[in-house]
Write a protein that binds this ligand. Structure first.
Ligand code: DX5
Ligand code: ZN
Length: 216
């Protein structure tokens, strides 16, 4: 599977959202990664539906919505109806993860399930049969600009192995947190195919070159 770059808007100049979206689309990113935080599931508050509605209007690229919120089923309809192409929620935040996947699928869009660095693969295993994307957090969620945690690599390989054994080779394995030209290589080798990056690409002098360096 070819690899994709999902640019995390959390790393951009939010006062110039339209300009930043245009810039990252020109730079060649594949998806726009939108980090929604509620100040409860994670210790930070970012943005929600009013902002993402504006992002959708300004963007040509698909919205890759990453919900870091408690009890995400409450908001699936909202994020689907505003035009997300994929919605990823956290396994740890959902009392009934299968119900969340089913609710996302009821809108005809891609369903992603994410695990934090401390959550073992065994907990996500029951959902590999129905999820379209598995997001392995490579930092503790909540903030951009953190350092990649190498312990997560084994989980990426294990998930890719399990997906292959289920004949689900087309399911995306996404990585998020501390991804740059160095860490992307080991993630790709481990089996990841969607690379989320915020501070590395938005902080680069040459964003097109930064995006290219992540598509390996
Ligand atoms: C963090 C978010 C990430 C964040 C990544 O919890 O999920 O998407 O923006 O930022 P960087 O690429 O700077 O680690
Ligand atoms: Zn994210």
């Amino acid at each position: 599977m070819k690899s994709l770059v999902s640019a995390s808007l959390l790393g951009c100049d939010l006062a110039d959202l339209k300009g930043e979206i245009n810039s990252i689309e020109k730079a060649g990113a594949d998806w726009l990664h939108c980090d929604v935080m509620d100040g409860m599931f994670v210790n930070n508050i970012s943005f929600g539906t009013p902002v993402l509605k504006c992002v959708k209007k300004a963007a040509k690229l698909p919205l890759d919505t990453h919900l870091m919120i408690n009890d995400p089923i409450r908001y699936i309809d909202d994020y689907a109806e505003l035009g997300s192409a994929n919605i990823t929620f956290h396994l740890e935040a959902a009392p009934d993860p299968q119900a969340v996947i089913d609710r996302i699928h009821s809108h005809g869009i891609s369903a992603g399930i994410s695990i934090k660095p401390a959550t073992p693969v065994s907990e996500v295993k029951p959902y590999l049969q129905s999820a379209d994307l598995v997001l392995v957090m490579t930092v503790d969620p909540g903030f951009g600009g953190q350092k990649f945690m190498p312990d997560t690599l084994e989980k990426i390989s294990e998930i890719r192995f399990l997906l292959d054994s289920l004949c689900r080779e087309n399911v995306h394995v996404e990585v998020d947190g501390g991804i740059n030209a160095g860490t992307v290589k080991i993630c790709r080798e481990a089996g990841a195919d969607v690379m989320v990056s915020g501070s590395y690409i938005f902080g680069a002098d040459n964003r097109a070159a930064a995006v290219k360096s992540l598509r390996i």
